[in-house]
Design a protein around this ligand. Structure first.
Ligand code: ADE
Length: 234
């Protein structure tokens, strides 16, 4: 799988997608991440990519042409073009599972006060990572790219790790169970006894119960939909 990010700030985004499992997968050539700078497609001698809004108002607007040319430079027939914006549909784990099936994703970051509306025709989808406003789409593109790429088979050391965690399909969309590592007692707090038994059934039972308790406590809103999707699991 390949992801190209259309951004004015590729050099800032690159290291973030160069760490951990995704970074290792990039180095191994299992997944590819590229950056396209709209400034390289500016027709202006000062490489200008933004201008004042028609009708007046504060801030600068990203011009349609450098964005369109940047997208065109990497777009293939099979590409899915996604615009990151607070006005998009809210990104969920289900979207990550859907997008990982694509061969090529193009993530387009907005900046300044927005983009020229006429560029909207370039995009297949508009995605938001939450109901808050970022200064630009870059943190959102990093979040989406990471959530998608870690689902590419072979990116995580154990595929199991991706399947079992919070929001995974087999958990019905509930939270993951709590984890513990050494030492057995830390600041007077003990590791739950069931996890030390070596009894797989007992451990699995404890984890199911603990996942349910964590979801009830931290995200009760998830419990209802998780029960509907995976009755008996949660
Ligand atoms: N750009 C600015 N805010 C954003 C958000 N919440 N999600 C995605 N892209 C954005």
């Amino acid at each position: 799988m390949r992801i190209d990010v259309v951004t004015l700030f590729g050099p800032a985004l690159d290291p973030l997608l160069g760490i951990g499992a995704v970074g290792r997968a990039r180095k191994r050539g299992l997944v590819e991440v590229g950056f396209v700078n709209p400034r390289d497609f500016s027709r202006d001698k000062h490489r200008k990519v933004d201008d004042r809004p028609y009708g007046g108002g504060a801030g600068m607007i990203l011009m349609a042409e450098p964005l369109a040319a940047a997208v065109k430079s990497v777009r293939k027939k099979s590409s899915l073009v996604v615009f990151l914006s607070p006005q998009g549909r809210k990104f969920t784990q289900a979207d990550a599972r859907r997008l990982v099936k694509q061969k090529h994703l193009i993530l387009v970051c907005g900046r300044y006060e927005g983009i020229d509306e006429r560029a909207a025709a370039l995009f297949d989808e508009e995605i938001s990572i939450g109901d808050y406003v970022l200064s630009g789409g870059e943190p959102a593109a990093a979040a989406v790219a990471d959530a998608v790429l870690r689902l590419v088979p072979g990116v995580l050391e154990k595929t199991e790790a991706a399947e079992r965690e919070s929001f995974a399909e087999d958990g019905g969309g509930a939270l993951d169970y709590p984890q513990y590592t050494r030492p057995r007692i830390w600041r007077g707090k003990k590791v739950p006894a069931a996890l030390l038994t070596g009894n797989h059934e007992e451990i699995a039972l404890w984890r199911r119960k603990a996942a349910r308790a964590a979801t009830r406590k931290k995200r009760p809103d998830l419990l209802k939909s998780a029960r509907q999707r995976a009755p008996g699991v949660i």
